[in-house]
Design a protein around this ligand. Structure first.
Ligand code: ADP
Ligand code: ADP
Ligand code: MG
Length: 471
């Protein structure tokens, strides 16, 4: 078993990994940059090291992080999600320096991180992929010609994209002409690569993804699916496991497809295969070669600790489960509580948390790195808390989600929590009948009242005064 792990991340996912290490008797090492000095991951890890004043550079410096792991006697690095988690050079450097990278081989990360290469491997493995370009687009002329062949609407997508960025829908040749250079410039800025490709736009699809686990002995299993159709601008807001809108036959089919995809590329560790579903059609979209934000809801319905399995796999152990051991029970929802103002086009709302009261009670889990008095730095992701609820039935999980969102008190910043209450009330959501257009199709859900009870305002005011007085 691994003895000491460096966590090359911050925020809630770093805390999540520290917790798994603590339960397994593995020592944890945190890294941080100066704006993160008061981060919970720094307080909770067994050791912590500063990587300088720049808010981001330290978290994105492969050589420095791998050297630190070697110097501090770590036998492995957990990359979390975002940052260097899908950086093949980082994984390769770990391999070269004899530090275990907790994820697949660098060549697999490379092959899957390049979305056109991933499409090629999947096509070769007989996995149905979204119709689109063979490889990257050379220029606008090629894009226009291809769009004409496959039919509008089409999507232009950044080949190295992620996090919902670098994706644009085009309904007409005119739109394609304006959007094409925009995706290129977005891709260059965000991912350092100007490569783009095209897919047919699947209209009103459901985003269904399958969690898989693979060990170094060739065993691959899936932990069923998650429905991540509730999105704004191609970014997930609320995730659901299992999907309330697929049949047992579809479930079996996509689970098998995901295992086949993982086997085809020699996958190892935890990963997610993402699909778009339209009616009975299934299209492979991409594979994320890391732990995902929403792994929590799969943990809730299956009882499998995914981060623990990651650490076991990286230690060279076989999976703790065979496919037939994996059962799911009930439903789970994850609410990504973002420090954003939904009423103001989801503008980030960073600042000091003047008062935080965690929701609790049966079936409630919170993964976060915030606390009362914590100041959310403006340099990172706006997601500040994951609220996960579980219940036996769909109706009960909705009621529990409403109750838990209502329990939570988070003052000092604007968040997406109240907006989620509106989504939970909507008949289309309640009937389990929605697709990736749900959010854009229901702008009226943003018209909720933000009036608060006078006692709450008094409490927030008192907390603000206390925070400013340094109490
Ligand atoms: P998940 O697939 O786990 O739901 P998200 O797509 O929400 O994850 O991304 C999780 C985090 O990782 C976000 O902070 C996102 O911006 C970041 N991220 C994902 N892919 C990339 C990428 N290719 N490059 C840079 N950041 C990424
Ligand atoms: P990322 O790497 O940023 O997660 P994905 O390729 O997974 O990018 O796409 C993110 C989201 O964008 C999907 O969940 C879906 O809502 C939308 N999307 C992507 N490709 C298509 C497509 N071909 N047709 C329709 N929607 C798409
Ligand atoms: Mg994706």
């Amino acid at each position: 078993m691994l003895k000491k792990v460096l966590i090359a991340n911050r925020g809630e996912i770093a805390v999540r990994i520290v917790r798994a290490c603590a339960e397994m008797g593995i020592r944890s090492v945190a890294i941080y940059t100066e704006p993160d000095r008061y981060g919970l991951h720094v307080k909770r890890a067994d050791e912590s090291y500063s990587l300088g004043d720049d808010p981001i550079a330290g978290y994105l410096d492969p050589a420095r992080i791998v050297n630190l792991a070697v110097e501090t006697g770590c036998d492995a690095i957990h990359p979390g999600y975002g940052f260097l988690s899908e950086n093949a050079n980082f994984a390769r450097l770990c391999e070269q320096k004899g530090v275990v990278f907790i994820g697949p081989k660098s060549s697999v990360i490379h092959g899957m991180g390049d979305k056109t290469q991933a499409r090629d491997s999947m096509r070769a493995a007989g996995i149905p992929i979204t119709p689109g370009s063979d490889g990257n687009l050379e220029n606008l002329d090629e894009a226009l010609k291809l769009a004409n062949d496959i039919g509008y609407p089409v999507m232009v997508k950044a080949t190295s994209g992620g996090g919902g960025r670098g994706i644009r829908r085009c309904d007409t040749p005119q739109e394609l002409k304006t959007q094409y250079p925009r995706v290129i410039s977005e891709a260059t800025k965000a991912f350092g690569s100007a490569e783009v490709f095209m897919e047919k736009c699947i209209v009103n699809p459901r985003h269904i993804e399958v969690q898989i686990l693979a060990d170094s002995q060739g065993n691959v299993i899936h932990l069923f699916e998650r429905d991540c159709s509730i999105q704004r601008r191609n970014q997930k807001l609320i995730e659901i496991a299992p999907s309330p809108q697929i049949t047992p036959e579809q479930r079996q089919y996509i689970g098998d497809l995901a295992v086949r995809a993982a086997k085809a590329v020699g996958y190892e560790n935890a990963g997610t295969v993402e699909f778009l579903l339209s009616g009975n059609e299934v299209h492979f979209m991409e594979m994320n070669t890391r732990v995902q934000v929403e792994h929590t809801i799969t943990e809730a319905i299956t009882g499998v600790d995914i981060v623990r399995e990651q650490l076991r796999i990286a230690s060279g152990l076989a999976l703790s489960y065979r496919q037939e051991d994996i059962q799911f029970r009930g439903f789970a929802l994850e609410f990504r509580i973002n420090a954003e103002d939904p009423k103001n086009d989801f503008l980030p709302s960073f600042g000091r948390i003047t008062h935080y009261y965690a929701p609790g009670g049966p079936g409630v889990r919170v993964d976060t790195a915030i606390y009362t008095g914590y100041e959310i730095p403006p340099y990172y992701d706006s997601m500040c808390l994951k609220l996960v609820v579980w219940a036996l039935t769909w109706d009960e999980v909705i009621a529990r989600g409403k109750r838990a969102l209502d329990d939570m008190r988070l003052h000092g910043i604007k968040t997406t929590a109240n907006y989620y209450q509106q989504i939970l009330e909507h008949p289309d959501f309640r009937s389990g009948n929605f697709n990736t257009s749900f959010v854009p199709d229901h702008p009226e859900l943003l018209n909720y009242s933000t009036k608060r009870h006078p006692s709450e305002i008094a409490l927030a005011l008192a907390a603000t005064i206390a925070a400013h007085a340094g109490w």
